[in-house]
Design a protein around this ligand. Structure first.
Ligand SMILES: CC(C)CCC[C@@H](C)[C@H]1CC[C@H]2[C@@H]3CC=C4C[C@@H](O)CC[C@]4(C)[C@H]3CC[C@]12C
Length: 283
């Protein structure tokens, strides 16, 4: 199914491919590699029962009964969709330009849904960011006060996890309590690290009392080394979120880019905190 979708996309976008630059080329390159990976993974899936391959017995179990082999596919499809959106340069409007160079643009999608793209350069290596944003994702609540909890419910593969995220009340004041269920996938390429994600449904974890189940994705964070400095990385983050519930669009469309800036600010604080011991900070 996915290879067919990608072939179709490639066909549609072929005339545009010749005029592409930078990020766009990266995005297209990764789509090709993803197909190859995916085809290999799919061969495994047809031979082995779902869930047997990477079951990690040490994981603290919130039961994920509704296991099926397509989580990896869903995550990859989400990543490809998100990359296609980033690749298309048309229709982006600048929302916020910060004095430190961070820029947030937004774009209206079919269905009158606004999505947001943040671009920032961070003082951290690609590996450091991969570690903080994917490998040690459960620690995020320690450095990001907007998040009450992130829990890895299941490891679907070495680079694919199912997570449950609960927003902190501080972040939710205006928006109300939200939680998310997502499949998240990380893909390391020469050109950088790609983190993709999409909302999923699990019968074993239905929306909880007092929370509105929001949907995050298809989304993608691209982390690329800055050419002349391996200690810096360029982050391109597509935020595509449906907060659900009855919220005025104007409020949502202000809250989302703000949430992106907050996220990056906390990430920077976390990076400074680890870079220098407390007595040296600020010198
Ligand atoms: C009140 C509203 C507007 C707040 C929105 C909060 C947003 C910005 C929060 C909620 C859940 C968060 C995500 C939770 C998990 C991950 C997985 C990780 O691999 C990359 C970061 C990422 C993708 C987070 C990005 C920021 C995030 C999307």
């Amino acid at each position: 199914m996915l290879p067919a979708v990608v072939k179709l996309c490639c066909g549609i976008s072929y005339p545009h491919l010749r005029s592409m630059t930078g990020l766009q080329r990266t995005a297209v390159a990764v789509i090709g590699q993803e197909i190859t990976h995916l085809q290999r993974q799919n061969q495994h899936h047809t031979r082995m029962p779902a869930g047997l391959m990477y079951n990690d017995a040490t994981l603290e179990a919130v039961p994920v009964k509704d296991d099926h082999p397509s989580y990896l596919q869903q995550a990859r499809e989400a990543m490809i969709k998100a990359l296609r959106v980033l690749k298309d340069e048309d229709g982006w409007e600048v929302e916020i330009t910060e004095s430190n160079g961070d820029v947030i643009c937004s774009k209206m999608m079919p269905g009158a849904k606004r999505i947001f793209r943040l671009e920032a350069v961070l003082e951290a290596s690609v590996d450091q960011l991969h570690e903080l944003l994917f490998v040690r994702v459960e620690e995020m609540q320690q450095w990001n006060p907007s998040i009450k909890q992130i829990k890895v419910l299941k490891r679907v593969g070495p680079e694919t996890v199912i997570t449950h995220e609960i927003l902190a009340e501080t972040a939710g004041n205006l928006i109300g309590q939200r939680d998310f269920l997502s499949v998240r996938h990380s893909c390391k390429q020469k050109s950088g690290v790609f983190l993709g994600g999409a909302a999923i449904h699990l019968e074993s974890l239905p929306p909880q009392a007092g929370y509105v189940r929001a949907e995050n994705g298809p989304t993608c964070i691209i982390i690329q080394a800055v050419d002349d400095d391996p200690r810096k990385s360029r982050v391109t983050w597509l935020l595509n979120m449906d907060l659900k519930g009855r919220l005025p669009k104007s409020i949502v469309n202000q809250a989302l880019p703000r949430a992106q800036l907050d996220f990056i600010r906390h990430l920077r604080q976390r990076l400074t905190a680890t870079a220098a011991p407390p007595q040296q900070r600020g010198r």
